[in-house]
Design a protein around this ligand. Structure first.
Ligand code: SAH
Ligand code: SF4
Ligand code: F3S
Length: 470
């Protein structure tokens, strides 16, 4: 048994990173058995779930979308806000119920939630029916834990992380778009955020390994890769070598995959060289997700975001100026401890100034172990809800406005899948990451096509095919 520990998780003692080549083979011991996997949280978790799926299928399990048919249930959890946690426990209730009917069911929890000691304590005390609890640093151990599990609760969560695994295999969800980890963890310690604790210290993959993966994906016919990290543009800082995110991005672009994206960028690590590379290559998409979090310098300081609003504006304008037709989206938190009306007004002001293409907005949620969770907070929750509502109205008006600008225009869309709602439609994304629903059949999937935009809403566009381009 290995329990998580926040003190160890917080420690940034820089031991040397170990690069480990994973060449384990697995036997399909669970043939005719089914797995049910549910993923919460960010792209990092979505991609980790692709690794988990690989292991489950290598062990012989087949996927099922129906919980009741499962022989193993895996919940890949998130801890970013309290409601992410509530969703997991809500679903766990259903699993517990199922286990009463199916005692052989294996229930496994992984992901960020179980990196938190108090959560694991709760699982240990109140949810003994959970069989396997495995953290974010050792997903590769999942097959062994499943094979040896005997329905006693097995907790294997590590808090330190000086390892990077290479040759990780994935069962990717899409044959068109692929995720690629470039960094793991985060060293920023924004005072509200649990991620540096749950994902550990910042570790970059070596450039040659990333480029190898991109080449492989190109060979397999992938049209788009998204470079993933909590701060992609801090890439390479820990390696002590002579390259950074700008170098990596340029090398990836040269491989010639049609579309390259990257998330998330931290305003503090954005350099002019990075902007120049984005502007230079047509296959680097003109889309930057640049979380601002607040419009108030006072709050940004308390959040430990390391930039002022003036600095953010300068960067924002530079990107807008240099990258043709770029779309910029953001994240915003309202109700950080003791956020005043004036602070909130500053947030509305910066949204009016930047007119973001889209913004993900959240009410601040205290996380155990973070600095902000210890700050006194006199703002009633109703006030925070009111602020969120006001902010969303503003944000949505700009999303609509930016979508309406495309009305009647012809844009390039990479078609990714059939529309869930309407079988006569497919959907995909513009270069600027706007969702478009298009009348057409699934032969279009995987193609980049010219689409005329016929209608615009806040969160999506409708369009018709203008021409096919191979
Ligand atoms: N690494 C990324 C995103 C991390 S989490 C970045 O730094 O931008 C995604 C978003 O969740 C954050 O940008 C922030 O807006 C929000 N978030 C993080 N912790 C939060 C908390 N405790 N309460 C509310 N929102 C939070
Ligand atoms: Fe969290 Fe800040 Fe790191 Fe983003 S940069 S993951 S918000 S600590
Ligand atoms: Fe959630 Fe962990 Fe991602 S806390 S947002 S799944 S890094």
């Amino acid at each position: 048994m290995n329990m998580p520990d926040l003190c160890i998780a917080k420690d940034r003692k820089k031991t040397e990173i170990k690069y480990i080549y994973n060449d384990k083979e697995y036997q399909p011991l669970f043939k005719n058995k089914k797995y049910f996997l549910r993923t919460y949280g960010c792209q990092m978790n979505v991609h980790d779930s692709e690794e988990i799926k690989f292991y489950l299928e290598a062990l012989g399990f087949e996927a099922t979308e129906v919980l009741e048919k499962a022989d193993i249930v895996v919940l890949n959890t998130c801890a970013i806000r309290e409601n992410a946690k509530d969703k997991v426990y809500g679903y766990l209730g259903r699993c517990k119920h199922l286990k009463q009917e199916k005692p052989d069911l294996i229930i496994c929890l992984c992901g960020c939630l179980v990196q938190e000691p108090h959560e694991v304590e709760e699982l240990k005390n109140k949810h003994k029916y959970v069989d396997i609890i495995i953290g974010t640093h050792n997903i590769h151990e999942l097959p062994e834990l499943i094979m040896k599990n005997n329905h006693y609760q097995d907790i294997e969560v590590y808090s330190n992380s000086d390892e990077v695994y290479e040759n990780v295999k994935y069962k990717r969800d899409s044959k068109v778009c692929a995720w690629i980890n470039i960094t793991y963890g985060c060293d920023k310690f924004c005072t509200y955020c649990i991620v540096p604790f749950t994902r550990g210290r910042e570790r970059s993959r070596k450039m040659e390994n990333i480029l190898e993966e991109v080449k492989e994906l190109k060979k397999e016919g992938y049209q788009e890769v998204t470079l993933l990290g909590q701060n992609v543009n801090a890439y390479g800082k820990d390696l002590g070598l002579n390259y950074d995110f700008a170098t990596l991005l340029e090398e990836v672009a040269k491989i010639g995959i049609p579309r390259i994206r990257f998330v998330t960028s931290h305003p503090w690590n954005f350099t002019d060289e990075m902007i120049d590379v984005i502007a230079k290559y047509d296959n680097i998409m003109p889309y930057v997700h640049l979380p601002i979090q607040s419009g108030s310098d006072e709050i940004l300081k308390k959040m430990n975001r390391k930039y002022t609003i003036e600095e953010y504006k300068t960067l924002f304008n530079k990107i807008k100026e240099k990258v043709k037709n770029v779309a910029i989206t953001t994240d915003i938190i309202v109700g950080f401890p003791n956020e005043t009306d004036a602070d909130f007004k500053a947030t509305l002001d910066i949204v009016k100034y930047c007119q973001f293409d889209n913004a993900f907005t959240f009410i601040y949620s205290p996380r155990v172990g973070t600095l902000a969770a210890q700050m006194e907070d006199k703002i009633p929750y109703e006030v925070k809800q009111e602020r969120l509502k006001k902010l969303n109205e503003l944000v949505n008006s700009y999303s609509l406005k930016s979508n309406q600008k495309l009305l009647g225009k012809i844009v390039k869309v990479l078609v990714t899948e059939e529309s869930e709602k309407d079988k006569n439609k497919v959907c995909g994304y513009t270069e600027t990451m706007k969702l478009v629903n298009i009348v057409g059949n699934k032969d279009l999937i995987g193609k980049i096509i010219d689409v005329e935009i016929t209608s615009a809403k806040s969160f999506s566009l409708d369009g018709i095919v203008k021409s096919l381009k191979d």
